[in-house]
Design a protein around this ligand. Structure first.
Ligand code: RB5
Length: 157
């Protein structure tokens, strides 16, 4: 899938990295909607995690990028929105495979964990990964079943 429009969100730990990554993605000709924060005041990461996830789930954008100190909290928040598959990455291999096998629609990373060049490599790998479908869709359907029903029929067999 060629990403044309992304949303990006962050907390107070990640403003500089967010700006670098936003410019990097825009240079590729991809439109980026910045949901913030752009203030150094302490900011509760679930707010931007939710905003980006909502836009992705509603089809307003093709995907999202989330950055907090570790990438953990902000991706946990995003993953609570139905239809969201957010992955936290510290290296590009997982980012690419998360697209190919898990059809992730949000990539997250930590401004206190990785530097800007690794972040760019992760973004490149994630943007370039094509979902392969097939056997992987069976597993994604199982994840959706857990979310919708809080059960998994295959685990009862
Ligand atoms: C903020 O101190 C920090 O907890 C946040 O950026 C993130 O790392 C949470 O997962």
């Amino acid at each position: 899938m060629a990403f044309k429009k992304l949303a990006i969100g962050n907390d107070h730990t990640a403003i500089d990295l967010k700006n670098e990554i936003m410019a990097y993605v825009q240079e590729k000709g991809i439109e980026v909607i910045n949901v913030g924060t752009d203030s150094p005041e302490r900011f509760n990461y679930p707010i931007s995690g939710y905003k980006v996830a909502r836009m992705v789930a509603d089809g307003e954008v093709d995907g999202g990028i989330l950055i907090c100190g570790t990438g953990v909290g902000i991706s946990l928040a995003a993953n609570k929105v139905e239809g969201i598959r957010a992955v936290v990455c510290s290296e590009p291999y997982s980012a690419r495979l998360s697209r190919q096998h898990n059809n992730t629609n949000i990539v997250a990373f930590g401004a206190r964990v990785i530097g800007v060049e690794t972040a760019k490599d992760i973004v490149d790998a994630w943007l370039g990964g094509e979902y392969e479908g097939g056997r992987h869709q069976v597993r994604i359907d199982m994840i959706d079943e857990i979310q919708k029903t809080q059960k998994l029929a295959a685990a009862e067999e």
